[in-house]
Design a protein around this ligand. Structure first.
Ligand SMILES: Cc1cc2nc3c(=O)[nH]c(=O)nc-3n(C[C@H](O)[C@H](O)[C@H](O)COP(=O)(O)OP(=O)(O)OC[C@H]3O[C@@H](n4cnc5c(N)ncnc54)[C@H](O)[C@@H]3O)c2cc1C
Length: 477
């Protein structure tokens, strides 16, 4: 049996009668949950697949009484190893993966933490709505993990981060207490009723408000807070208390399950933009594309921005030399910029402005892009699936950044401007192609698990099961 810090057998024995969910202490399961998409590997003592929030409470109360750490786990696609640990892994994707409610009238959805964001958005697409947090990993990242990391994607430039879509969280605290977090006015009836109780929740509210609702601390925060849009390098104390309102959700967003475990989330959704225009630009250096990003975001305003970097381009060409003819050597990186203003004239103006701005500022692009029609054919070819760059380009093309909708003309000058309609949009659930990059062991023999399972092999999968002596990585149940 794999070594562990805590005794798996006694944890299993103790928890068996307390929870309805499954418990796994076998080597394969513990090996599977010892990796995520980071470079780390830590073997846990036990895995619990909770069936409901009562199971989560029981596990936390038990673990707390024994001094065993608890590690929440969504899809394990985190890049920092934050779902790994020596204690009990709470794996949410097996059971707690339900969309509980979609309320179109009030524009919110209530979901369990194991719901995959891509699946949620697939459901919402049916009513032309979206939770616009499109991290590249959205086809396997779970809502719980995205809350844990305050995820964001290409559209963060306009639509923000996970924190901008969370309206309320149901969280289990370290003593097993269940709380609901949403913005509450300080000294309101609701606030006073919470803080007058003898609970951990009351202590939390009081200490957060005492600490942050203080001019000295506020000054310190505004002076020292990093001047960056995205910051998960610590707890988000800046946004917890603002304008006499306290919102504890902000504490949990990006806290990597260190403050509590999210068992339900109420998320807002927005109208899904129908028409968009894409600008693709090749640059000869990172410095130049950086300048362009700065100009575009500050002077024009973009809906989305994404860059394909040099190493990915090189790796792609190495994997599929056919790509060489489309991406000349001088290209250092490719920038994709999207405008989604409903009025096509506004989008056209922005494209023209982009062209002017980039040229006037002498930001060096590489100007002779290949014909994207050829590129599109290449994307269709089965041979191209091995190429990372093609995968990424395909992701771009299926994620709403169509390369070239059939029959539409596009410029072959400095920038390619491409519009598309909803009819062109692929609303089918998308296969997580990027997974191929790191899921190196789709099946392996149980007796050689530890040598076979390389770091990152489990990222993106729900869990592992053994069938006929072979380990099968499970996508979803
Ligand atoms: C190829 C690739 C591309 C990526 N692209 C992006 C990107 O564009 N943008 C981006 O932001 N990230 C990106 N990531 C990182 C990662 O996918 C995201 O951080 C994602 O949100 C993690 O979701 P997960 O379900 O895999 O979470 P996990 O990795 O399982 O967990 C992440 C963190 O959340 C915590 N957590 C999980 N469930 C809960 C819960 N119920 N309650 C509280 N905390 C919980 C975990 O303990 C852990 O600390 C990428 C990763 C890969 C491998």
């Amino acid at each position: 049996m794999l070594k562990s810090v805590f005794d798996p057998k006694s944890i299993e024995r103790d928890l068996k009668s307390r929870i309805q969910g499954d418990i796994a202490i076998d080597d394969i399961s513990r090996n599977f949950f010892s990796t995520d998409a980071s470079v780390y590997r830590i073997v846990p003592s036990c895995i619990v697949y909770p069936k409901n929030k009562e199971d989560v409470k029981e596990v936390i109360k038990y673990a707390n009484s024994k001094g065993i750490p608890v590690h929440a786990r969504g899809a394990g696609s985190g890049l920092t190893g934050s779902s790994l640990g020596t204690g009990i892994v709470l794996a949410f994707r097996r059971y707690m993966n339900q969309i509980i409610e979609i309320n179109e009238e009030e524009a919110y959805t209530i979901v369990q933490p194991g719901v995959i964001c891509g699946n949620l958005n697939h459901e919402l697409a049916k009513i032309r709505k979206i939770v616009y947090v499109d991290n590249s990993s959205e086809n396997y990242a779970s809502i719980g993990g995205m809350i844990g990391t305050n995820s964001s994607g290409a559209h963060a430039a306009k639509y923000g981060y996970m924190a901008d879509f969370v309206e309320e969280l149901t969280v289990i605290l370290s003593n097993g207490e269940e709380i609901k977090t949403h913005p509450i006015e300080i000294n309101s009836e609701e606030y006073n009723s919470i803080v007058s109780a003898d609970t951990l929740e009351a202590k939390l509210y009081k200490s957060v408000v005492d600490l942050i609702d203080n001019p000295e601390v506020q000054n310190l925060i505004s002076e020292k807070w990093p001047k960056v849009k995205m910051n998960v390098s610590g707890y988000n104390i800046r946004d917890m208390v603002t304008d006499n309102m306290v919102d504890l959700s902000k504490a949990f967003l990006g806290s990597e399950a260190t403050l509590g475990i999210v068992v339900e989330a109420k998320l807002k959704f927005i109208d899904k933009p129908i028409d968009t225009t894409l600008v693709v630009m090749d640059f000869d250096s990172l410095a130049n594309s950086g300048k362009a990003v700065d100009l575009m975001t500050n002077q024009i305003g973009v809906a989305a921005i994404e860059m394909l970097g040099k190493s990915v381009i090189e790796f792609g060409i190495e994997m599929n030399p056919a790509l060489k003819q489309f991406i000349p050597k001088i290209v250092d990186n490719i920038l994709y910029i999207e405008f989604d203003d409903p009025d096509p004239n506004v989008r056209t103006e922005k494209v023209e402005k982009t062209r002017k701005l980039i040229i006037e500022q002498e930001v060096k692009m590489y100007k002779d892009m290949p014909d994207l029609k050829i590129m599109k054919n290449l994307l269709k070819s089965p041979d191209s699936s091995s190429s990372i760059i093609t995968i990424l380009l395909r992701r771009v093309s299926t994620q709403g950044w169509h390369t070239t909708p059939t029959g539409r003309s596009h410029s072959r000058q400095d920038a390619h401007t491409l519009g598309y309609h909803e009819d062109d949009y692929d609303t089918q659930p998308r296969h997580p192609l990027e997974r191929d990059q790191f899921a190196c062991c789709p099946s392996l023999m149980p007796n050689s698990v530890s040598t076979c399972l390389s770091p990152q092999a489990s990222a993106g999968y729900a869990d592992a099961t053994v069938q006929n002596g072979t380990t099968v990585l499970q996508e979803d149940r």
